[in-house]
Design a protein around this ligand. Sequence first.
Ligand code: AHR
Length: 554
Amino acid sequence: MLPRRKFLRKSLLAAGAAACAAPMRFAASAQAGSADSRIEVLLDEPLGTISPNIYGHFAEHLGGVIYDGVWVGENSPVANIQGIRKSLVDEMRKIKAPVVRYPGGCFADSYNWRDGVGPVDKRPRRTNFWSDTETKAAPENHKFESNRFGTNEFIRFCRLIGGQPYLAANLRSLPAEEFYRWVEYCNSPAGSTSLAELRAASGSPQPFAVRFWGVGNESWGCGGSFTPQEYAVEFRRFTTWLPHYGMDLSLVASGPSSGELSWTRGFFEELLRKGTGQLDSVYGLSLHHYAWNLSRGGTTDWEKGKGSALEFAPVDWYELLREGQRMKDLVEGHWYVMGEFDEQHRVKLVVDEWGPWYRAGSEATPGNLLEQIPTLRDAVFSAMTLDIFNRHPEKVAMANCAQLINCLNSLYLAHEDKFCVTPVGHVFALYAAHQGGESLRTIFSAPAVHYDRDGKTAMFWGLQGSASLKGKELQLTVVNPHVSEARATSVAVRGGRISAASAAILTSSDIHAHNTFAEPHSLEPQTRALTADKSGLTVVFPPASVTRLSLELG
Ligand code: AHR
């Protein structure tokens, strides 16, 4: 591994070279022959509509996510809307946040929703699921749950940002009745039930109309250590009856961790022992994949395998991307197994936890459990992951980045009155334009990246991305993962003509670039106008970059 100081010097030299090249970076060029790469968007090969919910979020009662991140309290000096951090609401509106999963995660299977409703001063204090994992530096309200933020406050948050709620029910430690009572609390018509009146007493007479419900979380682990067969039995029991109040409920079954195909197969085998009609009760199968093992095959130990969020060499950059690239095979592999039981593919994948997971040590606020500061590497990782989802629109119905604020792959960092958008947040802003678009088959041809992996040459793809169309507006997002080489690329739209073009790009000469409370604008997208000619565009994608090309077809 290259020592950090030496690497920084190398990056700076590369930065100098990149800076000289900057003026020509986005110039559309007539010399398409000088390009070493090619992108072809095929207008007549639509893949399906990109569900906006692929751009979803996840907020758990964990560390600083809810308390300090989302919730600051009505009487806080921090700007808030009825207790919810205003800067967060403002940013989430900009990215058209479609859906938020809550209250966990592992927390969900130890949570009683009743603790978080009713008069605030009567809500009980409980031991948080994560309390034993918290460090001494952690604030008390991270260890002991005040229940100040509960269902009503969460729904308020969703309404403020314009997104839908996705609630995860407790399958491990509450009876099935409590699941349908929570549905009743949220969805029963005004004045119809005692729980509707309790909801009204907290200021919400009208139903919350919650459509998305998770039935447990990671039921193979913190959610109950079930076998897939045992979980399938529980799933049937929990979902055999739920009140609908005239609306469709979309129930998400707890699915596999990464490549555990045996969970997917075991779950469906057991579920369908009661007949294929059981498929009617499943909207989605959840899939969780964290990129955490940067040991290059050295270990499978959960602690030892992790790397640093901020201090890394190029090999660690590529290694993280390799771990993230597994998402493509995971989506395709689980989908294939699901098809063995569900030929029509009525059940979709819900990737409700994804992102990189580093070892502790890069918290923006010391004491915040699982908080890490995302860098340009995480932006490239996130863009690459969103592109994978975009390219599988018929398979992935929802995805939720873990987690929204003050946690793993966060879009935002906040502490008291300090707030910043991370590079991951900027990627979500760039990619929001894909939501609801028609995904188009796109061919990327570029020289592969070659890098040294413990004395052996390893390869990674040279350019990847995704394209989507809404009317005459085409969005093409492109990732160049190479830490030091730009890719001059000819971009062509087969079956169409580009009449206007612009680019927004997120990059830096330092692959470690990130935003902090002190320097919140270090890494932000830059936009440029482009000029196309008859054959299309030639665009230079800088090293270590995420680009969105917005093309108007004439
Ligand atoms: O996102 C942090 C934790 O990771 C979640 O609570 C759990 O579901 C997963 O293991």
